[in-house]
Design a protein around this ligand. Structure first.
Ligand SMILES: Nc1nc2c(c(=O)[nH]1)N[C@H]1C(S)=C(S)[C@@H](COP(=O)(O)OP(=O)(O)OC[C@H]3O[C@@H](n4cnc5c(N)ncnc54)[C@H](O)[C@@H]3O)O[C@H]1N2
Ligand code: MOO
Length: 387
């Protein structure tokens, strides 16, 4: 049996995940969140016909021939109640004020003497300088589509269309559990927790780190359960290969539904995955290799899609980029640090060393080079993972 492919392992992970229910949030808490449903306008924008200029509300028919003089019957400003406009008269009107019933034209002050009676010197067709109720958004229309990110402009539109709260996708809680005696005793700094926490936070997840856990299965399980109790996804690193102290594998290998084994990829060959029952809640646990480059690459391949599958399966996407140069493929998927060139094509960085954190830190993407017998030609589009 060949090792499962990257696509096989992605399927294994994604099939086990149930999306979280969307949440209704007050607008003050909704900034940056993603709409889970179309939003229909309750109020029209503008909410009523209003003047776009300071001037005089008139009947267009009364000023069809200019100059013409009209008595001024009143004044109306934004927020004032309005009275109907009698034929043959004008009402002084301020920008934003409701247009009096009967008026169908606003002549700006600059086209008049501004006096009472007012002499109108210039005219225009009916409708000029009036912003009609609902001309931007009519009540009942879709104001924002599902999938929109709630930013400053969207918040303004939500308020204008009469909303105080909005339905958004849940923000998954991701718990990270690093493992290894060398991390617990400080002989190796825990870089995976920092990298994965940043990567998960960049995916709009709420992140908490629980490690480092020791190399004994019972101690690890205590920390794993602590993490799972408050997480929608747990990501562990380390302890999944074939060593004497591979704690994650030892602790979970016999839990029903857990799988550990090699995936046809490099780096990141040893992987694991399963679902933990936490008081009836099913919490997916993604077990990544400990080697820092392998851990990050594996998180980008599987963890980021698991976060999307929890929040909004529609958000799972594959980004493609064209190769600027031919690339040697292997018998399994190879992940190569790369950068974009000036044409938006990708180039692997020279000096590739599979485990170099320094090289990874200079890259913009990881090229996901699929297994193939021949070289992959320049110009072909392949998947890339943004760093
Ligand atoms: N006999 C075999 N040995 C190994 C195999 C194999 O198939 N057979 N696979 C190798 C591959 S490939 C990888 S990748 C590693 C993965 O091993 P583990 O997931 O068990 O990881 P550890 O042994 O715990 O650690 C590996 C390495 O990474 C360092 N590490 C771990 N966690 C962190 C962290 N949070 N921050 C920074 N560095 C970390 C750790 O100190 C080790 O140096 O297994 C190979 N072996
Ligand atoms: O696949 Mo391991 O990830 O070589 O380092």
């Amino acid at each position: 049996m060949p090792d499962p492919s990257v696509a096989d392992h992605r399927r294994r992970v994604e099939q086990a995940i149930t999306p979280l229910a969307p949440v209704e949030l007050p607008l003050a808490q909704a900034r940056g969140r993603v709409l889970a449903a179309d939003v229909t306008a309750v109020l029209s924008v503008p909410p009523f016909d209003h003047s776009a200029m300071d001037g005089f509300a008139v009947r267009a028919a009364d000023v069809a021939a200019v100059p013409v003089e009209l008595p001024v019957a009143g004044v109306v400003a934004a927020g004032d109640p309005v009275t109907p406009l009698e034929a043959g008269t004008a009402i002084r009107i301020m920008t934003g004020a409701e247009v009096p019933p009967g008026a169908d034209l606003v002549v700006p002050f600059e086209w008049t003497t501004g006096t009472d009676p007012v002499r109108v010197l210039q005219t225009a067709a009916a409708g000029r300088h009036i912003r009609r109720e609902g001309e931007d958004v009519a009540a009942g229309e879709v104001a924002l589509r599902a999938g929109s990110v709630v930013g400053a402009a969207q918040l303004g539109l939500l308020v204008s269309t009469g909303h105080a709260s909005v339905l958004v996708h849940a923000r998954p809680r991701v718990g990270i559990v690093s493992t290894g005696a060398e991390l617990v005793n400080g002989s190796v700094p825990d870089s995976n927790s920092a990298t994965l926490a940043a990567a998960a936070a960049g995916l709009d997840a709420d992140v908490a780190c629980f490690g480092p856990a020791p190399d004994d299965p019972d101690g690890f399980l205590v920390q794993l359960r602590e993490a799972a109790a408050v997480s929608d996804l747990v990501v562990t690193t380390g302890g999944v290969s074939a060593g004497d102290h591979d704690v994650v594998k030892a602790a979970l290998r016999d839990v029903p539904g857990f799988w550990f084994g090699p995936v046809a990829m490099k780096p990141g060959r040893p992987q694991g995955f399963g679902v933990l029952d936490v008081d009836g809640r099913q919490v997916p646990v993604l077990c990544l290799p400990g080697t820092p480059v392998a851990a990050y690459a594996s998180f980008l391949l599987y963890g980021s899609r698991a976060v999307a599958a929890l929040a909004d399966p529609g958000r799972i996407e594959v980004r493609l980029a064209r190769l600027a140069v031919p690339v040697q493929a292997g018998d399994r998927t190879v992940l190569l640090p790369g950068v974009y060139d000036e044409n938006g094509h990708v180039v692997p960085l020279p000096g590739h060393a599979g485990h170099s954190q320094r090289l990874l830190a200079t890259a913009e993407v990881l090229l996901v080079v699929p297994p193939r017998e021949q070289e992959i030609p320049a110009g072909e589009a392949i998947e890339v993972l943004s760093l």
